[in-house]
Structure formats: C-alpha cells, structure tokens
Write a new protein. Structure first.
Length: 85
C-alpha cells in the first residue's frame, strides 16, 4: 500500500472526493484576522466547515463513520487520553 502524507498535493484530491460524494464545496473569506477563510461542504441539510479540503473530507468521513451521534462519549474521551497522554 502507498503512503499518503498530509501535504499540499492532497488538497485537490480531497476536493474531488467531496464532489464525487455529491457535496457542493465553496471557499469564503470570514473577515476574521485569525481565520481569514473557511471551506464549506454542503449536501442537503448537512453542512461542514473547515480550514481546507482535507479537513472537510475528514469531517465528512467522521460523520459517515459515526453517524448522527458522531460526538465522543466521556468513556471514549477517557480511553483516547489514556492511550495518547
């Protein structure tokens, strides 16, 4: 299997993957100095906002994998920090 690294060369493939999944992807200026722009992916009532297409794709994948109850439970949070202190 190839190794894929989070770098500039994955932004366009991430965008293309979102479009292939049926999302409308846009980029907008926020007007905030600390966060000058944001990327948005929308499909029906679903709306995702992130700093780049790769992060957007990650949010979409998380929602697809975990469903409507995507947030971590207290036990899941504790287990995460036990494993990655």
């Amino acid at each position: 299997m190839p190794t894929i690294v989070s770098a500039g060369n994955v932004l366009v493939p991430a965008y293309l993957a979102l479009v292939a999944k049926g999302y409308r992807v846009t980029r907008a200026k926020t007007g905030r100095r600390e966060d000058p722009e944001e990327w948005r992916a929308t499909k029906g009532a679903a709306r995702f906002v992130a700093e780049d297409p790769l992060s957007l794709l990650g949010l979409v994948a998380m929602r697809e994998a975990r469903g409507r109850r995507w947030e971590a439970s207290d036990a899941e949070i504790d287990a995460f920090f036990d494993r990655f202190p």
